[in-house]
Write a protein that binds this ligand. Structure first.
Ligand SMILES: *Cc1c(COP(=O)(O)O)cnc(C)c1O
Length: 356
């Protein structure tokens, strides 16, 4: 949470102006602040990260049924954004090194119908952006990154928001940076910005013209104000997360049967998540042991999106075997800026003492 008084100060101003939503003063101010913070040319704000993804896809006007190459090792949102647009997700397996889409397998999945690639920077690990961009150029495909996990990250000196045609962030309360609920799309093409602006406001061009079948996905003033307040604390929060990360590594780094995430070369990480891979047969036991001690780990991401009940019979999970295996091994451990280091030790004690 931000400093309470600084949020109240903005609330007092909103009470004066009476503008609660519809791209008001704080929406504009937050948009400009984000553009600077993320060091990116264009930012459009949304009610949440999901609508940023869904409307970014819609903005490209792909033909119905066109195929989008993506990963099943992600949050429901990525796949749902594709399907809700009437497009077909084509699932590519992930690489076992950093759990992002296996760029070496993308080309085999490209068909006449492929219109876009929608990769995910899982846990803030960056996809093979160069290879993906090479393929997109060669086959004239759009790239829409789900960058929900990467707030504040730079890769080889570049803001992660710069990659692809669009990079979408989530500012949900559980993320490294939040606006209660919220999200944004970052992009290079100014014309795309006009489309996104329309699509988040019912497709309304002006008072008497509606030329798009838009949604309502406008960020309100209260969320924008929360974002402005929280933006001041992002860097300090990441520093604290780094300490938590180091403490986990000190405790768990030596355990032979665990696989920890590592920070990629060239990445200034935000330490949003602490995923650990266990042997398949003990993952659920450790999850239960932690739960018994009041510690909530997450099976993030399990199940895979291509095995969701809502898609039953539609996709063949055996085509993404690495994702399937990892989803049965992974737990993400508690990770937040104010997590006391003694609690980290306690969590690790439970994990390491599992056979006792
Ligand atoms: C959180 C998240 C989203 C969705 O963001 P919301 O702001 O909750 O709509 C999409 N993709 C990934 C990978 C996420 O973690």
């Amino acid at each position: 949470m931000p400093d309470f008084e600084s949020y109240c100060e903005i609330l007092r101003d909103i009470w004066q102006t009476r503008q609660l939503t519809n791209m008001g003063f704080y929406h504009q101010k937050f948009q400009a602040a984000l553009r600077e913070f993320l060091n990116v040319s264009n930012v459009e704000l949304f009610t949440n990260g999901h609508m940023a993804l869904e409307l970014s896809l819609q903005a490209f006007n792909f033909p119905a049924g066109a195929e989008v190459i993506t990963t099943p090792f992600t949050f429901a949102s990525t796949t749902h954004a594709i399907v809700r647009n009437g497009l077909t997700p084509v699932f590519c397996d992930i690489n076992s090194k950093n759990y992002t889409i296996d760029a070496a397998q993308i080309e085999n999945l490209i068909t006449e119908k492929t219109c876009a690639i929608m990769p995910v920077h899982v846990y803030g690990n960056i996809c093979d952006v160069e290879e993906i961009s090479r393929l997109a150029k060669k086959y004239r495909l759009k790239i829409i990154y789900d960058a929900a996990h990467t707030f504040g990250e730079k890769f080889n000196g570049r803001s992660v928001a710069e990659f692809g045609d669009v990079s979408c962030y989530s500012f949900h309360a559980t993320k490294t940076f939040h606006t209660i609920e919220g999200g944004c799309a970052c992009f290079h093409d100014k014309n795309l910005g006009v489309k996104l602006y329309h699509l988040k406001n019912f497709g309304i061009r002006d008072a008497e013209h509606v030329d798009g079948i838009g949604a309502n996905a406008k960020m309100n003033e209260f969320c924008a104000a929360m974002g402005l307040c929280n933006l001041k604390n992002v860097d300090a929060g990441i520093l604290k997360r780094h300490k938590v990360f180091n403490r986990y590594v000190e405790n768990l780094g030596g355990a032979a049967d665990l696989k920890l995430n590592f920070v990629q070369e060239g990445l200034s990480a935000n330490y949003s998540y602490f995923p650990v891979l266990f042997e398949e047969k003990i993952r659920d036991k450790i999850f239960a042991d932690l739960a018994n001690a009041g510690i909530i780990a997450r099976k993030y991401f399990y199940p895979l999106t291509n095995e969701f009940e809502c898609f039953e019979g539609r996709f063949d999970v055996s085509k993404t075997p690495i994702a399937q295996k990892i989803s049965r091994q992974v737990l993400t451990l508690p990770m937040y800026a104010d997590l006391p280091l003694e609690v980290v030790d306690k969590i690790c004690g439970i994990i390491l003492g599992r056979s006792a």
